[in-house]
Ligand binder design. Structure first.
Ligand code: AMP
Length: 179
């Protein structure tokens, strides 16, 4: 697929970062390429052009960069989902699975009104633990999670399928084998 090849060429792969055996998919090269960045954002929002989306929720930290651009493109608001202890106002919190153990993410309790239509954004989905936690957090405050979108899918790790089993449509722009 031409789009996938084109955008894939803009991703840099760093072997053994942050630890041995991991192939780190670095999107900073895509973000730094004006054409690739615009193309990626346009493609991410494509299915919802003309739909009324109230809010885009971005997962810290790379989801903020993409989510801000996606929100602008959809004329939607932006909501940050952050690591615990970073948000100043009253929050709701959700534990999520990491490779070893768990962590917690937070969102402002009044960031989304019940029934608002929300799209979740991050750069990459691997095991889906992070995105699953974000969907649960959004649903906890009554958000209508319409979709989750990611530039990169690592399908062998099953995260996108995990979200689909939670009735969240998933959009990804490219896939890499392995992890
Ligand atoms: P997961 O919860 O397993 O789906 O992991 C997704 C989160 O970890 C995302 O926020 C990604 O940015 C990050 N991540 C996981 N694996 C990689 C990888 N191979 N390269 C870059 N980022 C990754």
């Amino acid at each position: 697929m031409i789009l996938e090849d084109d955008l894939k060429a803009a991703i840099r792969t760093i072997p053994d970062y942050p630890k041995p055996g991991i192939l780190f998919r670095d999107i900073t090269t895509l973000l730094g390429d004006a054409r690739a960045f615009r193309r990626a954002v346009d493609e991410l929002v494509h299915p919802w052009a003309g739909n009324k989306i109230d809010k885009v929720a971005g997962i810290e930290a790379r989801g903020f960069i993409l989510g801000g651009a996606v929100a602008h493109q959809l004329s939607a608001g932006f909501v940050p989902i952050r690591k615990k202890g970073k948000l100043p106002h009253q929050t709701v919190r959700m534990a999520y699975a990491l490779e070893y153990g768990t962590d917690e993410m937070e969102m402002h309790v009044d960031a989304i009104a019940p029934g608002e239509r929300v799209i979740l954004v991050d750069d990459l989905i691997a095991t889906g633990g992070t995105a699953e936690g974000a969907v649960k957090l959004l649903r906890q405050i009554g958000a209508d999670v319409r979709a989750a979108c990611f530039i990169i899918d690592l399908p062998d790790l099953g995260g996108a399928d995990k979200l689909r089993r939670m009735d969240v449509p998933v959009r990804t722009l490219m896939a890499f084998e392995g992890h």
